[in-house]
Design a protein around this ligand. Sequence first.
Ligand SMILES: N=C(N)NCCCC(=O)O
Ligand SMILES: [Zn+2]
Ligand SMILES: [Zn+2]
Length: 329
Amino acid sequence: MKEIRIEENGRLGPINAAEIPRYAGGGTYARLPRLDQVEQADIKIVGVPFDTGVSYRPGARFGANHVRESSRLIRPYNPATDTSPFAQSQVADAGDMAVNPFNINEAIETIEHNALELTSDGSTLVTVGGDHTIALPLLRAASQRAGAPVAMLHFDAHLDTWDTYFGAEYTHGTPFRRAVEEGILDTEAICHVGTRGPLYGKKDLEDDKRFGFGIVTSSDVYYQGVREIVDKLRDRIGNRPLYISVDIDVLDPAHAPGTGTPEAGGITSRELLEILRGLRGLNIVGADIVEVAPAYDHAELTGVAASHVTYDLISLISDFRASKGMNAS
Ligand SMILES: N=C(N)NCCCC(=O)O
Ligand SMILES: [Zn+2]
Ligand SMILES: [Zn+2]
């Protein structure tokens, strides 16, 4: 059947929900066009179906399509930022990367290569799905594109700066130690947000601090509140090129049960969205939303949360690109 889409400012937007019911048809993210349906895209959404790096429950390989399926209700105007991100920038769904599930090293290379290829036209990449292992190749690509180590805000219950698991260097618990070792992070401007839960030992925190990470715990968000946290994060990041990595387990399991390593006492989806909105104007060069494992989800709770986090990230990126004249006209 023919697709009927919203078109604004010459940009091809979502399938029009007033013409074709939003529950009909196969789903791209927010019913946006596929990359091959547009001439160019300023912002690309890409899925990474990969979960070979997990230490507990598997299933994040199915995350991207779950987020897409849970994004059918996303509307084109974002009142929280007073922007229409899909009219401001051409946003398109680039489909999924084809990654080897049996060879982590090869998968990491494929992801880095694909991320570089997708951004070769100056577009910004937002990655959905996969386990946290994939942040390493995505950061490699982001820092290569930025031409410098990048700042990072890492939303997660976990530090993910552990050394190895069963002798393996590349896992979902170790990407940010590897990234520091590789010199692709600007260690003056890296911070975890939402951290909580038991650790293996105090050394985990000592190592993490030595690498340069700041920590805003889940309890800090509760006691200090969103505004104070946002001010601190903005001070730390300044106008450096910033990568944002969102592990959906940063949310309390009540808000996001569909994940592989859940920890009690997390932040709410409202807090996460409000912190993200507070980052408006920062120079976001890439973002990922990882660790969505639909087998443990209920009523699309996790999928909806992840799809809205993705929407607010797109809104921030679109707004920044528009303010700098970076979008193709
Ligand atoms: N969910 C992520 N990314 N990491 C969790 C690793 C926790 C552990 O295995 O001890
Ligand atoms: Zn985590
Ligand atoms: Zn993580």
